[in-house]
Design a protein around this ligand. Structure first.
Ligand SMILES: Nc1ncnc2c1ncn2[C@@H]1O[C@H](COP(=O)(O)OP(=O)(O)OP(=O)(O)O)[C@@H](O)[C@H]1O
Length: 298
């Protein structure tokens, strides 16, 4: 994909950090080398998180980190606690125990919109777009956390509010160009095929210019071609803007291809954590998850 003209930094910081060098290097798909992809120290640390719903323990004493600039996968069988973990990271759920450290700071209990303002955006397992609204308007909703002028200024449509609106619109258009969806920018989302809706949802998250992007099953329900496109966009966002990405995905071919590191959950517990190769060879992971087919969803 060519995103060369996109002047929008999706990443908030870290440009001067030393590369820790965990990326896999150039591969057959042309992914940039480790030297080009700067993988830095942890941007987010999950420490001893336990989350219960009444008598159900969805997450039990789980710790892992997500490094600056990496693609980090969270995998595991149905009900393992993956979505719950994303919901803890973006503040939808508040765990009973444990802590989250973001950019080296212990994070207090914040609301999801406050966490979004800190630079964490996400997409959902089941597409959560406004189906009657156009692609452009849906992507504009991703800019809400960046809007500063209040209703007073917006009603007057004067000066700063007008300039801000123009800037947000331009940012949304850059996302549309980046994701190659110019041709459907005025189409109501509900009329689009599933794969394109998923791409629009990615666009809405990107419009928030996150430093950490959480993707909940970005390939679910897609055919092979749509998956290939989505992989390409995820890798391009990561490579070109240094956006750190954490994703939940059941397609093991995709996970092993695009991830720098993989954390594996089962029944709310962590049973593996490492590079794709390490996880592939982990007997506990093979027994709990990889021993059954997961890459035949198309
Ligand atoms: N809001 C909730 N209320 C009660 N129980 C919940 C809630 N959310 C999740 N759970 C339970 O927590 C456990 C973990 O669920 P979660 O959705 O996080 O798993 P998952 O790994 O994302 O599964 P899947 O791959 O099927 O999406 C399950 O037993 C689930 O039923």
């Amino acid at each position: 994909m060519t995103a060369g003209g996109l002047a929008m930094p999706f990443r908030s910081g870290g440009a001067g950090e030393a590369a820790a060098g965990t990326a896999a290097g150039a591969d057959a798909s042309g992914r940039p080398t480790a030297a080009d992809r700067r993988i830095g120290p942890p941007v987010l640390e999950v420490r001893n998180i336990t989350l219960r719903f009444g008598g159900v323990t969805a997450i039990s004493d789980i710790s892992f980190d997500i490094r600056d600039g990496e693609v980090r996968a969270i995998i595991g069988p149905n009900g393992a606690g993956k979505s719950s973990m994303l919901n803890v990271i973006n503040g939808f759920y508040h765990p009973q125990e444990g802590e989250i450290v973001f950019h080296g700071q212990l994070r207090r209990a914040l609301k999801p919109h406050q966490i979004a303002r800190q630079g964490i955006a996400r997409t959902f397992q089941n597409i959560a777009l406004f189906k009657g609204m156009t692609v452009l308007d849906n992507i504009m909703t991703g800019r809400l956390t960046k809007m500063h002028r209040n209703l007073f200024w917006q009603v007057l449509w004067k000066g700063p509010a007008e300039r801000e609106e123009v800037a947000h619109r331009a940012a949304a258009e850059r996302v549309i160009d980046f994701l190659e969806i110019q041709h459907i920018r005025k189409t109501p989302v509900g009329r689009l095929p599933y794969g394109l809706q998923k791409r629009v949802e990615l666009g809405r998250a990107l419009a928030a210019e996150p430093s950490l992007l959480l993707l909940d099953e970005p390939m679910a329900g897609m055919n092979v071609e749509e998956k290939a496109d989505m992989c390409r966009f995820i890798l391009d966002v990561n490579a070109e803007f240094g956006t750190t990405i954490a994703l939940i995905e059941h397609d093991m071919g995709v996970v092993m291809d695009i991830s720098d590191r993989v954390v594996v959950l089962d029944y709310g517990k962590k049973i593996g954590d490492g590079t794709p190769d390490e996880v592939r060879r982990n007997q506990a992971v093979i027994d709990a998850y990889l021993g059954v087919a997961h890459d035949d969803e198309s």
